[in-house]
Ligand binder design. Sequence first.
Ligand code: SF4
Length: 765
Amino acid sequence: MFRASGAGPPIGQYILKVHGRCDLACDHCYVYQSVDQSWRDKPRSMSSPVLRAAARRVAEHAAARGLSRVRVVLHGGEPLLVGVERMRELLACLRSTIEPVAGLDLIMQTNAVRLDAAMCEVLKEHGVRVGVSLDGDREANDRHRRFANGDGSFDRVRAALALLRTPAYRELYAGLLCTIDLANDPELVYEALLAELPPRVDFLLPHATWQHPPPRPGDDPTPYATWLSAIHRRWLADRRPMRIRLFEALESTARGGPSGSEQLGADSVDLVVIETDGHYEQVDTIKTAYPGAPRTGLTVLTHPVDDVAVLAPVAARQTGIDGLSPTCRTCPVVTQCGGGLYAHRYRPGTGFDNPSVYCADLRVLIDRTNEENRMHAENGKPEDTGAVPTAVIHQIASGFGDAETIGWLAEQELAITRALLFAVVDQHGANAAWEILGNVEAMAPDAVREVLSHPYVRPWAVERLRGGGVSYLGALAAASAVRAGIPVEVEVEAVDGVVHLPEVGTVHLPIGATGPARLRFDGAALHLTRSGEEIVADLSRHAPTESWQPVRRVALADGWTVRIEDGDPARACHRWPLTGRLRDDEEREWRSALAEAWQLIRAEVPGYAPALRTALRTVVPLRADESGAQRASTARHAFGSVAAALAEPADLAVLLVHEFQHGKLGALLDLCDLFDLNSDARMMVGWRPDPRPVEGVLQGVYAHAAVADLHRVRLGRDEHAEQVYAKYHRWTVDAIDGLRATGGLTPLGEDFVDRLAATVQAWDS
Ligand code: SF4
């Protein structure tokens, strides 16, 4: 029925009508109450042959177009009407058919009145996220959302939402969909939705066309803008306690970003509906236009998705602004509005080639929200960045960070370490060493600052607060005094044969010696006494001896000095086995590899160099993996350190860049929330076989983007670069998409991910 030509744009989203009837009889439903009544001629539910054919078509299209992820939304009617057993079969079929080809995001949009624990178990088993329709408080919801006998659905829906909030099923809860009715008080609606603790809320304008305009009671020419603006102001005043897709779309598009919403913005819409009888259709919402509006005449039993993708109305949805009416194309807010929802543009005679019937409301809403966001930004409230300057977040989010930014982060990390030290003293009590440390700081603050900047002071403090470890205060006091040249005598603790003085060096005792020892610094030499034996280290000679190892500093090009840390017992917080004290030949290999790796980083990816030079103080040698696999790690609390097994310089460069990305992001996460700490969301990622929490994915994405970047630069120079780049690039892009879909990011986290995505997207051009 439509002209078909060429391959057409790829289709990545499918609305699967698994059941064609509903157990509610809402009078504002676009499926049953619109001019298109085609549901009457369709089967009640999707048969197995149709389901299998649909799944095969989706997989076949993803494979042909190289799509790494697709999204399938289970819809109806009411999808829960299929029942538990059928739902299990259906989900298993989708996963087993599509997942060998592409990642599969499964979503369900439901009225939830039949959602129970048995169904939740099945949905959980197959990783389905659930969006629930709720129009506000009891009065607002039950105004339309009623059973055929007139009973309201509010209580049943709230019970289902309570179930979704339990720890067992929280990961399923995707959010709420609220259809606007001007008769409802916007603030009461907002409060009712907020009370359900949704990860995300979306507001839907009532379905209407130019032929059947929406109700506009009263004198207000733009009542829908007024209604939504009231919620927007309240939302800003409340510091955005939940995510609201409509407002986030307006913010994102105001910055030139994607809208992520079908209702607004100029994003292309790569979506097709598959009906219960297997017919491909256009989006449901155009059922409000005219009878048969969504029809394509093609079915999954006879046609591949490619045949749908080339249909003019489907392809037109993917042309962005070019596909809009002449009025919209010249509109000053077109990049934010995008002509509104497709269905709302319909007018007999001109079809969908019109502005939205909500044009006036959209224009006012966009201007108002832009202005309110701007005013809020000037008051410093919109981005809850805590004490972090926006510029710092933006630089880190881009993947990089200049010396000033990373230096600022290092200062914050030092402040955290100091706070933890005070907490340790609070918990374990002050001692003479604490007093000495304070005295040295009064005389030589820079010496103490240098010692406390050692990356393993904080991991020790964290461990000590958990009740583990031994006192490190004596070592901190002694190290500070030595650096300041101030004579001191203090009790220290030997651990497995070493007493480590951060930023100074390590005294090696007879093997395995553990326990208290006396350390005296006379201004030139250290005297360590334990069990009646004294070890003397003449610091003026700077040379290592059997019992004394000064800190190993490696001076590199461009003024960067990094320490090779093979003495401090607190470095055992890394997950891989550590080397012992390096032999001289091993140390020489490390120095050489670090020098070459640093030269490569400066030459290949200079954007990452300032961060390393500013804040990477220490490299900890790890034992090599016997299979030859590379090993490296970052410990969450050890900002400024990377652990790695010795590798070829080209590989070591990758490991250093990769691991220090974790350090940068970890430092930022110490200061602001990029993800919802209460989120139980998990998602599959390319680099791990198990579902990962949001923080893990965020860390992986951030580090892998840098690895991809480094191999991108090596394309054409290194025979493996293309393969490695493709792999890390794919992991990064897929995980960014997945992160956005988890609902687990804060608005700040979303912005962070958008900025990282912009860096990755720039490579493609
Ligand atoms: S505000 Fe009106 S004219 Fe402008 S893009 Fe939106 S619908 Fe089109």
